[in-house]
Design a protein around this ligand. Structure first.
Ligand SMILES: Cc1cc2nc3c(=O)[nH]c(=O)nc-3n(C[C@H](O)[C@H](O)[C@H](O)COP(=O)(O)OP(=O)(O)OC[C@H]3O[C@@H](n4cnc5c(N)ncnc54)[C@H](O)[C@@H]3O)c2cc1C
Length: 434
C-alpha cells in the first residue's frame, strides 16, 4: 500500500524544498540495503558508509526522505519519560536501563550536530511534566522519588511559578527536569540527509512492496525495479508490522499535531513573554504542548489506532478542532484562528514499551519502536544496528541489549480491540488535560 501523507506539517514547510530527488527506476544489486529514511535509517546509512567506504549502500523510502514521523514529531529529545509504564520504584532497575539508553541517545545526537555543525534550534532547557489536576501531585512525587534515586536533577512547581514560566494559568502542578532538549525535528533530519556520504545512494518515493530471501540473497520488489542485496536493515518504525517484521511484537499508532502561526508581539506580551518551553502530560493521553523558539505553539493531543497509510483531510480537520480547544483552554486571551497547520504521523508501539533492536534472520536486521523517544534512541539504534549488522560489538550495543525485550501481542482482532479499549480508558482519565 502507498503511504499518502498530508503536506501540511509546519516543521517540513519551514525547510527549503530539496531538488536532488531520485526514485528507483531499474534493477540494482547492493551490499547493503536500508528500508526507511528517518532518523534510524539515515543514521544506519551514515555509519555503514563510514565502516565500508568502498561498498555500495542503498537507502530507500516510500515517501520523501525524512518526511515521515522524523519530521512530524514534537521535538523533545528526552532524558526521562513518565508515561511508559516503568516509573514505579518496583521497576527501578528497568527504568534505569531505559534512561541509560536515552542518555546514549542524547549524546549521539549531540555528537552528530557538533560533528556536522547542524543548526536545529537546539535548546537544553529541560522539560515539564505538568497537570491541571492538583491530585496528580502524588504521581509527580512518586516520579520525583525515582528521579532522585537515579540522580536526575529536577524540581516540583506549583501554579504561581508555572504561570510565570509558561504564560498560562492552566497547570496546577509540574515537575521540571533539568535534562532534556527541545529542537526542530525537521532541521535535524534534513541535516542527516544532507550529510549522507557519496557511497550512499538514496532513492525516494519508492515503496518496498514485497521481499524474500533465497539462499544468501535478499530480493526486494518495488514498483519500478528490484534490489538484490546481501544484507538488509528494516528501519520503517510505524510500518515494520506492514512489512511482516516482528509482527507479533509491534503495532502502529497514529498521532496528530497542530502548530499556530508565530504570535504577534502583542499576543506574546499578553501571555507574559515566556522563554521557550515544552510540557509533557502527566496522564498518558493528555496534551504535549510546546512554545517554540519563534513563538509558535505546538499541540499534540491524540494517539489512536488508525489506518497508518493515510489520514483524510476531513479526519485531520476533526483532530485539529480538538487541538484548537486545547490551545484555547490554556491561552483564552489568544485569537480563535491561529492554528497554521495540522498533520499526522505514525509511530510504532510494543506491549511493554520496549524497543526492537535485533537480527531477525541471517543478514536481516531491524530497529524501531521508540514510543516518544525516537529522536535520540532512533539515531542511536540506527548507528548501532549498522555496527551489529557488521558483526561488531560496542558498549552501546551491550547497554541496548540489556533492556527488557518486547513481549508478545495477541492476534487481530483482539489486538485492536485491546489497544482501542485502553486508549479510550486513558483518554477518559486525561479528558481535562486535552
Ligand atoms: C506527532 C508526533 C510526535 C512525536 N513526538 C516525539 C518527540 O517529541 N520526541 C521523540 O523522541 N519522538 C517523538 N515522536 C516519535 C518519533 O518521531 C519517532 O520515534 C521517530 O521518527 C522514529 O524514527 P524512524 O526513523 O525509526 O522512523 P520514521 O521517521 O517513521 O521513518 C520510517 C520511514 O520508513 C518509510 N517506510 C515505511 N514503509 C516503507 C516501505 N514499504 N518502503 C520504503 N520505505 C518505507 C517511511 O516513509 C518513513 O520515512 C513523535 C512522533 C509523532 C508522529
Amino acid at each position: 500500500m502507498k503511504i499518502v501523507n498530508d503536506s501540511t506539517c509546519s516543521w517540513i514547510n519551514d525547510l527549503t524544498s530539496r531538488t536532488n530527488i531520485k526514485s528507483l527506476e531499474s534493477n540494482e544489486d547492493s551490499e547493503w540495503l536500508i528500508i526507511g529514511a528517518g532518523y534510524t535509517g539515515l543514521s544506519a546509512a551514515r555509519k555503514l558508509a563510514q565502516l565500508y567506504p568502498d561498498q555500495k549502500i542503498i537507502i530507500i523510502d516510500a515517501q520523501l526522505a525524512g518526511e515521515g514521523a522524523s519530521s512530524r514529531n514534537s521535538g523533545y529529545l528526552v532524558d526521562t519519560t513518565l508515561n511508559d509504564g516503568f516509573t514505579s520504584n518496583k521497576d527501578l532497575d528497568n527504568y534505569k536501563k531505559k534512561t541509560e539508553i536515552y542518555n546514549l541517545g542524547i549524546n549521539v545526537v549531540k555528537k552528530f550536530i557538533n560533528d556536522y555543525q547542524v543548526d536545529c534550534d537546539w535548546n537544553d532547557c529541560g522539560k515539564y511534566f505538568a497537570s491541571s489536576k492538583k491530585e496528580d501531585e502524588k504521581i509527580l512525587r512518586n516520579f520525583s522519588d525515582t528521579l532522585k534515586k537515579l540522580g536526575f536533577e529536577h524540581n516540583l512547581l506549583s501554579n504561581h511559578e508555572l504561570s510565570k514560566r509558561l504564560g498560562t494559568n492552566f497547570y496546577n502542578v509540574a515537575l521540571h527536569t533539568k535534562g532534556g532538549v527541545l529542537l526542530h525535528p525537521g532541521k535535524l533530519v534534513r541535516a542527516m540527509i544532507d550529510v549522507l556520504p557519496k557511497n550512499v545512494c538514496l532513492y525516494e518515493n519508492s515503496s518496498l512492496l514485497s521481499w524474500g530471501k533465497t539462499k544468501d540473497i535478499i530480493s526486494c520488489e518495488f514498483k519500478n525495479g528490484k534490489i538484490n542485496t546481501k544484507k538488509i536493515i528494516f528501519a520503517t518504525n510505524g510500518f515494520l508490522k506492514s512489512l511482516g517484521i516482528k509482527s507479533n511484537y509491534n503495532f502502529p499508532i497514529t498521532l496528530t499535531a497542530s502548530m499556530t502561526r508565530p504570535l504577534t508581539e502583542n499576543e506574546f506580551k499578553a501571555i507574559g513573554q515566556p522563554k521557550e518551553w515544552g510540557v509533557l502530560p502527566v496522564r498518558p493521553m493528555g496534551a504535549t504542548i510546546r512554545m517554540t523558539k519563534d513563538k509558535r505553539i505546538l499541540v499534540r493531543n491524540t494517539a489512536e489506532v488508525h489506518n497508518p497509510f493515510k489520514m483524510s483531510k476531513f479526519d485531520l480537520q476533526k483532530r485539529s478542532i480538538n487541538q484548537k480547544i486545547g490551545i484555547k483552554k490554556r491561552f483564552p486571551q489568544l485569537p480563535e484562528d491561529i492554528i497554521q497547520s495540522s498533520w499526522s504521523g505514525v509511530v510504532s508501539r510494543t506491549r511493554n514499551s520496549s524497543q526492537i533492536f535485533e537480527k531477525i534472520d541471517k543478514n536481516i536486521f531491524a530497529a524501531g519502536c521508540y514510543n516518544g523517544s525516537g529522536i535520540g534512541v532512533g539515531t542511536l539504534f540506527g548507528e548501532q544496528i549498522a555496527i551489529k549488522a557488521s558483526e561488531e560489538n560496542t558498549e552501546e550495543i551491550q547497554t541496548i541489549e540489556a533492556r527488557n525485550k518486547p513481549t508478545w501481542l495477541p492476534p487481530q482482532p483482539f489486538l485492536n480491540l485491546g489497544v482501542k479499549t485502553r486508549l479510550i480508558y486513558e483518554r477518559l482519565r486525561a479528558r481535562s488535560e486535552i
